[in-house]
Design a binder for this molecule. Sequence first.
Ligand code: EPS
Length: 389
Amino acid sequence: MALTYRTAGESHGPALFAMVEGLPAGLELVPDDIDADLARRQLGYGRGGRMKIETDRAQVKTGLRHGRTIGSPLTLEIVNRDFANWSEDRMAIWEPQSPVEPITLPRPGHADLAGMLKYGTDDLRPILERASARETAARVAAGGVAKALLRRYGVEIRSHVVTVGHVNAPVRDDLSVEDFAGVDDSPVRCLDAEASAAMREAIKAAGQDHDTLGGIFEVWAFGLMPGLGSHVSGDSRLDARIGAAFMGIQAIKGVEMGAGFELGRIPGSQAHDEIFWDEAAGYHRRTNRSGGLEGGMTHGAPVVVRAVMKPISTLSRPLASVDVATKEPKKAFKERSDICAVPAAAVVGEAALAFVLAQALIDKFGGDSIAELDASVERYLAAVRGTDT
Ligand code: EPS
């Protein structure tokens, strides 16, 4: 069965949910496989007041027994503590206790206006509630499960922030898992101390100016076997699936893999990763401009994905908009929000990449139980290494 997940839940509703289907039976999970990433997603300089209210933890509601999957859908629930402040009026499930005024001033850059037109509502609250990046907590929970599956086969996912506004960290194409050890200690999850301090200052200045900042983050997957994904059809190419997963994250406007757009500026002789073989390492490359992907498949080098997040569209000094009730020009709606959420988006990116890679692993190796999956992976790795005779 293919591995899939769905999320449900509104930003200020009772809870968020992720339902993961297609996990093999017998995968061991501990609470921290999910909760550690939920906590990491809440970090980062530039978050708003909401993060002081929430302490995200996943409660497993279905699919797990004695810490092991049983092959049925796994349902994870993350309670929204803030719902207590909204339950009687703005987000009341049934009739509110007092009338709630519609919000009619859509924010440029948000889902507000297109969503109102599409769903035929004169109130943007129902649109923003689901469009909110609060939903990424549920994705990160599902990603934690995917990471636990991948870790079993030696795959590790890491991320870091490389750009915030005009501040760029030095480009690194030689990172190892160990290099990421202290990344969560940086307030912006940046590996370079100098850039980290400058990013923090830039976010502080944006906040003082009632503005917001976007940025670029990078996600690395280490320890992958070659041959995940496929060259045979556009939608089975791993690049396509990774691109879709990243572009599906709120506020992401572009994705690159490996050297990405730079590949359009250099000749072929400098663009590709030459192939070597030796007894100890097997097939390997000395460069990784392909970001670990050739022909829509992993080739064994780390998969490297970079994504750009636009600045948060809720501004405390709002942009021009139109009151949809009267068509009068007015400033957009403003609500409590973040100044910069790129450090958190990087953790969401880890979940996005983890889930696509776990899907590709299940697609290739299948099986209803972990024992079947283990055997299939082992047989393939022996064949790839040439030790299966
Ligand atoms: C968000 C607005 C803010 C963020 C939220 C995303 O929420 P609120 O309107 O409650 O202050 O804090 O992100 C989260 C709650 C989260 O958990 O990441 C938005 O409009 O997208």
